[in-house]
Design a protein around this ligand. Structure first.
Ligand code: E4P
Length: 219
């Protein structure tokens, strides 16, 4: 399973890239709003110099012409830009048009397997069900990941399921087990995946034992 970073923060992206585990980046207007003083285009261009993996850039327009204009503009920023389009009737139309132009898309705000199926048939490269936001309203977000992954594999669809709206490390494990092709997670969840109290305790113990052994040798 590929791991994407769900952020527009350049330092976070650089850090995870250095770890050697970064396969791509997803951004959205909310994540961009947390960065300051730069245009969305500038931020996207810099992200695309850090990773050669897919970088999702989200359209704001809700009419077809607007979506196509924004998406075509994003696609010129770098070869690895993927245009993020919401799951609406107009969004499906835009996805189909982008597909015909050779522009890859990420269909966002998917909350059911049927929405994902439609996006796949329209030609979306990535299908993004939002796990955490479903959990927030007392639904089981992981069911959508499992159902949609099964549908994509069973019918040989070309799209990839991207588990989004990830809140904690367990979501990552469960997305992998449910068959998601990609999981996009906040920086904090990447850090939580690295850490374990027994790892920390083990490192401390090894250091102490090493120091004791050196002392016994008179060093
Ligand atoms: C990613 O593509 C989504 O926009 C993002 O994961 C949404 O996460 P949130 O529900 O935490 O805002």
């Amino acid at each position: 399973m590929k791991l994407f970073l769900d952020t527009a923060d350049i330092e976070e992206i650089r850090t995870v890239a250095r770890w050697g585990v970064l396969d791509g980046v997803t951004t959205n207007p909310t994540l961009f709003a947390k960065t300051s003083g730069r245009s969305y285009d500038d931020v996207l261009a810099e992200i695309c110099t850090i990773t050669s993996g897919p970088v999702s850039a989200e359209v704001i327009a809700d009419d077809l012409e607007g979506m196509l204009k924004e998406g075509r503009h994003f696609a010129k920023i770098a070869d690895n830009i993927v245009v993020k389009v919401p799951m609406t009737e107009t969004g499906l139309e835009a996805i189909a048009a982008f597909k015909a132009e050779g522009i890859r898309t990420n269909c966002t705000l998917i909350f059911t397997a049927n929405q994902g199926l439609l996006a796949a048939k329209a030609g979306a490269y990535l299908l993004s069900p939002f796990v955490g936001r479903l959990d927030d309203i007392n639904e089981e977000g992981m069911i959508v990941i499992r159902e949609l992954s099964d549908i994509v594999n069973m019918h040989g669809l070309e799209s990839e399921v991207l588990a989004a709206s990830i809140r904690h490390p367990r979501h990552v494990t469960d997305s992998a087990l449910a068959g998601a092709h990609v999981c996009t997670l906040p920086f904090k969840v990447f850090q939580q995946m690295v850490r374990h109290p027994l790892t920390d305790r083990g490192i401390d113990q090894f250091k102490k034992d090493w120091a004791a052994a050196q002392a016994a040798l008179g060093k």
